[in-house]
Design a protein around this ligand. Structure first.
Ligand code: AHG
Ligand code: MN
Ligand code: MN
Length: 365
């Protein structure tokens, strides 16, 4: 094994800060606190059943549902606590919001409050914990409204309802064969690998780029009967392969950890879809805008990919509520743009009685 001189996450952040000579360093300190929380979660994940943190609803079934009405795992709760405990004391945050907390989290009055908002999904893909498949944490950093910073008041839901374009930074940690942190501070996307000996995230992927074209897609096909026509069309055309309109074969993947799919796509291209569908019309999509779609969207776009609802750029969406769900399509630019085109021109394909569509639709009801 050759030893190479590598940058640590801290050094990377210092280097990035040089672009903003007046920056105080608060932001960097906050990112390092988040990275510390991720390292703690990585340890819990690594010890797994040995320390009894896996699976199992937290309490009895009736009380173990989170704000989304989904089963909360022990590790969901532990991860949420690592995030709050390791970031609240630094004095950099005005408040936080998490998938696992219905209301915004207030920085205790005994601690100093700062100018940033932290929004996170402490454990993404948590249905995979029990089966030892990759999970991760996703986070986004926003600026608090100036008046909230000045007054030090409690944060409210409205403070967090900022479009993805307002994100100052976004990242995720991946607890896989190796632990990684992928980060954007608005100047490209970089990947860091946790060196278990040093306990440091080392810069291993300095300039991540998503290939513009791909022959790989990810979607939960068990929902196909609920898909809207543009998605059916897109997937049908992929499945038709070489002999279909695309003239090439496609491969398919589904991990059920969006963060792991995002990472695969960052590494080698692909397109991910969890689109709006008709399965449950009270839920316009499966994934959450503020702490899943927006951070992953920012990272992917900083790496030259694209993130969309299918109808509009994800990062342009004005959020309506903290836990809002949304249809999400992201990945290789040319594929996402194609899917957007299919949404923009649904006429020719909307009507499944259209003989052309019916003939092609392998997922026809
Ligand atoms: P979470 O564990 O934070 O609730 O998120 C799980 C999400 C996402 O990671 C994944 O893509 C999706 O749920 C999987 O959904 P299906 O079970 O429908 O495949
Ligand atoms: Mn999630
Ligand atoms: Mn989660």
């Amino acid at each position: 094994m050759t030893t190479r001189r590598r940058f640590t996450l801290t050094q990377y952040l210092i280097e990035q800060r040089r672009r903003f000579p007046s920056a105080s360093g608060d932001f960097n300190a906050l990112v390092l606190d988040v990275a510390l929380a991720c390292k703690a979660i990585a340890r819990s994940v690594a010890f797994g059943e040995l320390t009894g943190v896996l699976g199992n609803p937290v309490m009895d079934v009736a009380t173990s549902l989170n704000v989304q009405g989904e089963e909360q795992k022990r590790l969901d709760v532990i991860s949420n606590e690592y995030f709050t405990q390791m970031t609240e004391w630094g004095g950099h945050l005005a408040g936080m919001a998490s998938e696992e907390m219905e209301k915004p989290y207030q920085i205790p009055e005994t601690l100093q409050r700062g100018k940033y908002l932290l929004v996170f999904d402490p454990l993404d893909g948590s249905s995979n914990i029990d089966v030892n498949v990759t999970v991760g944490s996703i986070f986004s950093i926003l600026r608090a409204p100036q008046e909230a910073i000045d007054s030090g008041r409690d944060v409210v839901e409205a403070d967090f309802l900022q479009p993805g374009t307002e994100q100052l930074a976004a990242g995720y940690a991946l607890y896989g064969p190796t632990t990684m942190l992928v980060l954007t501070v608005g100047n490209g996307a970089a990947g860091f690998t946790l060196d278990p000996n040093l306990g440091q995230f080392m810069l291993t992927h300095p300039n991540l780029r998503v290939p513009e074209d791909t022959q790989e897609f990810a979607i939960n096909a068990s929902n196909s009967r609920f898909w809207e026509a543009p998605i059916k069309r897109y997937v049908d055309e992929c499945l038709a392969g070489k002999t279909g309109p695309r003239g090439k074969d496609f491969n398919m993947r589904w991990i059920a950890s969006m963060v792991a799919e995002a990472h695969r796509i960052l590494m080698r291209g692909g397109v991910f879809m969890y689109p709006r569908d008709t399965k449950d019309t009270s839920k316009p999509g499966r994934l959450r805008l503020l702490y899943e779609a927006n951070p992953v969207g920012m990272i992917i776009e900083q790496a030259g990919g694209r993130a969309s609802t299918g109808r509009e750029p994800m990062l342009a969406v004005a959020p309506a509520s903290l836990h809002q769900r949304i249809g999400l399509v992201f990945g290789s630019k040319n594929e996402v743009e194609r899917i957007e085109r299919y949404h923009a021109e649904p006429q020719a394909y909307k009507d499944e009685r259209n003989p052309l569509f019916a003939e092609r639709s392998l997922f026809r009801d």
